[in-house]
Ligand binder design. Structure first.
Ligand code: HEC
Ligand code: HEC
Ligand code: HEC
Ligand code: HEC
Length: 501
């Protein structure tokens, strides 16, 4: 089963355990084209278009799963806003774009204006907008040279108000028009750098996955390329900061050999991007991309690291760790359980600290506080150890720690940003928001147990699994609690008040 998706689209056709592990991905194949009947110059344009269509990964979205007819559309792209079905972009007159003029094509691909109105940003026209008209028309020439596919459009299943094409105008006003405009080469940079910039900003649409997104699915401009989430995978920071330990050659191998620069094999959505798109690019284009990425100076959203003081440990513990460690959630050693901590301390403090930093068993890396510094984690572990070994009555209830109490409205916003991807439509077997029948048995359980599933994640149970922290590693425990309460409240019979749950 194929499961490509780009950013907003958290999962397409992603319904089985095998597709989650990407073990049995069935990739689309590029059609053979015959250019022998074309003039040399037309053939060259089609060839160039083929290369650029590969760089733009058009095939990934525009080819239905289990469908040999490349570019025939019909792939369901799940987004937090509903399911979109990609259109047929072959040159079939009736069901494809065979009757489209060059202008119509440019309006669609570079400006997001279609015959029926504004396209939804699930179609990465905001990136293709950077491409030159000549390049885009070369893609059109290629699409008109491949076999036609007859395949009617499947209607999108997007709930109101997201289904309104006109509403996309507001979206474009906010997030597209201010940045619209063709790519302009920077004369102070090398030719290679400019080529890399063009590929990354334009056809490659790398930011769709690698940039953090706001709740309406637009890139957070000032933090571009500093990391995003897609289908439960983390698309890492690919700026100079994120890639600082890696050479240009290491980065090239990501694209050409599926090798992670830090070791191991590339997986998930990036593996599909490589397979459908990047592996077809020349080595010099791979290098150009790497050179450009190594120059990016965007910074992740600022994280304030306060100076370590006597309160640091308790504060972080309350915010990030108490969710599991105050009550033993997910098998975590309870703070205050002297015997348990004594046994753990046999190997020394540094060993225990090392487990906290790198994760062990059900203990997530950095206790899920990815924004914490190692010094902060150290202060926190010290606090936990002190309160376990030096006191006979140190076990404190979860609510002892002053975790900021968030409102239902904040819970809703966090839900929309982090959890809706699965829970809005019931993807990956997630119980759907508002599905009272599905939630009834779950809500009978203790809040602590339910929260533990969300915080700690869950391995396969049948085909289902839960991502650690609902795939939001930067969320604090309070934020996860707020999102969980909102989801529970909206899904309970009669929508009881869950704020005090
Ligand atoms: C991330 C997925 C994705 C990628 C990658 C993508 N598209 Fe699309 N495309 C879509 C979706 C979804 C729509 C329909 C949007 C809508 O209905 O508002 C669309 C619409 C279109 C349309 C309008 C067709 C019509 O009948 O209205 C054209 C043309 C098109 N894409 C061409 C391309 C080309 C060329 C590329 C590669 C350079 C490409 N697309 C890459 C998802 C994608
Ligand atoms: C569909 C989403 C998606 C798109 C589009 C995408 N990536 Fe990725 N990328 C990912 C994910 C997810 C990973 C992490 C893969 C893993 O953990 O095995 C990744 C990993 C990487 C890495 C390895 C980083 C590291 O430190 O391990 C690099 C480099 C990279 N991508 C560059 C790019 C570039 C350049 C583009 C555009 C040409 C791009 N990606 C487009 C999702 C995407
Ligand atoms: C999602 C639940 C969860 C959260 C959140 C969590 N932990 Fe843990 N932690 C565990 C579990 C489970 C273990 C036991 C792991 C094992 O021994 O296999 C553990 C073990 C530990 C240990 C003992 C390691 C050892 O070597 O025995 C330390 C120290 C620790 N956690 C610190 C922290 C800190 C600090 C935080 C917050 C920044 C934190 N934990 C957040 C679940 C959690
Ligand atoms: C990648 C998909 C995905 C995301 C993202 C996700 N969930 Fe879930 N969630 C699931 C699945 C699947 C289940 C059912 C797990 C099972 O089969 O036991 C589930 C179950 C739950 C449950 C019921 C737990 C139980 O068994 O008692 C809660 C509560 C929950 N999710 C909250 C959240 C919250 C809050 C977020 C966001 C912070 C979130 N989820 C994000 C997929 C997801």
């Amino acid at each position: 089963m194929r499961a490509f998706c780009s950013k907003l689209l958290i999962s397409c056709a992603l319904t089985t355990a095998t597709s989650l592990t990407f073990a049995a991905v069935d990739y689309p194949t590029y059609p053979k084209i015959d250019v022998s009947h074309l003039s040399a110059s037309d053939a060259a344009i089609v060839k160039k278009g083929e290369y650029l269509a590969k760089a733009g990964d058009c095939i990934a979205c525009h080819t239905a799963a289990h469908d040999a007819s490349a570019f025939g559309g019909g792939l369901g792209l799940e987004t937090p806003f509903g399911a979109f079905y990609s259109p047929n972009i072959t040159s079939d007159d009736a069901t494809g774009i065979g009757k489209w003029s060059d202008k119509q094509f440019l309006d669609a691909v570079a400006h997001g204006n279609g015959p029926q109105g504004n396209y939804f940003p699930v179609f990465p026209f905001i990136y293709f907008n950077k491409m030159s008209d000549n390049d885009l028309l070369a893609i059109k020439a290629y699409l008109f040279a491949i076999p036609k596919v007859k395949r009617a459009q499947v209607a999108n299943q997007v709930p109101w108000p997201f289904n309104i094409r006109l509403a996309q105008y507001g979206w474009k006003l906010l997030y597209f028009y201010p940045y619209e405009g063709k790519f302009k080469a920077d004369p102070t940079q090398s030719t290679e750098w400019n080529r890399g910039a063009y590929l990354v900003e334009g056809p490659g649409h790398c930011g769709m996955c690698h940039s953090p997104l706001n709740p309406l699915g637009a890139e957070e401009r000032s933090h571009r390329y500093t990391g995003g989430f897609i289908q439960g995978y983390y698309a890492p920071n690919i700026t100079s900061e994120g890639l600082k330990d890696f050479s240009i050659d290491d980065i090239v191998k990501v694209f050409s050999a599926d090798l992670k620069p830090g070791g191991g094999k590339i997986q998930g959505p990036m593996l599909e991007v490589n397979h459908d798109s990047l592996m077809y690019l020349t080595e010099s284009d791979h290098r150009a991309i790497a050179i450009y990425l190594k120059s990016l100076q965007f910074k992740p959203a600022a994280v304030k690291h306060e100076a370590i003081n006597a309160q640091t440990g308790e504060k972080i513990y309350g915010k990030y760790c108490a969710g599991c460690h105050a009550n033993g959630g997910g098998g975590a050693p309870i703070v205050g359980d002297k015997a348990d901590w004594q046994a753990r301390m046999k190997d020394g403090f540094s060993q225990v600290l090392n487990s906290a930093i790198n994760g062990v068993g059900g203990m997530p890396k950095m206790g899920n506080c990815l924004t914490c510094s190692q010094a902060e984690i150290q202060a926190t572990v010290q606090y936990m150890v002190d309160n376990s070994l030096n006191s006979t009555d140190a076990k404190k209830p979860l609510d002892y720690y002053v975790m900021p109490e968030l409102s239902m409205a904040q819970g809703k916003a966090l839900y929309t940003q982090h959890c809706a991807a699965c829970h809005q439509q019931g993807l990956h077997g997630a119980p759907k928001l508002g599905d009272v029948r599905a939630w009834q048995p779950l809500l009978h359980d203790d809040f602590d147990n339910i929260l533990t599933v969300v915080l700690k994640g869950k391995g396969y149970s049948g085909n289902h699994m839960h991502p650690v922290q609902g795939a939001c590693p930067t969320c604090s425990t309070s934020e996860i609690i707020a999102a969980t309460k909102y989801l529970a409240q909206e899904s309970s019979a009669g929508k009881a008040d869950y704020s005090l749950w």
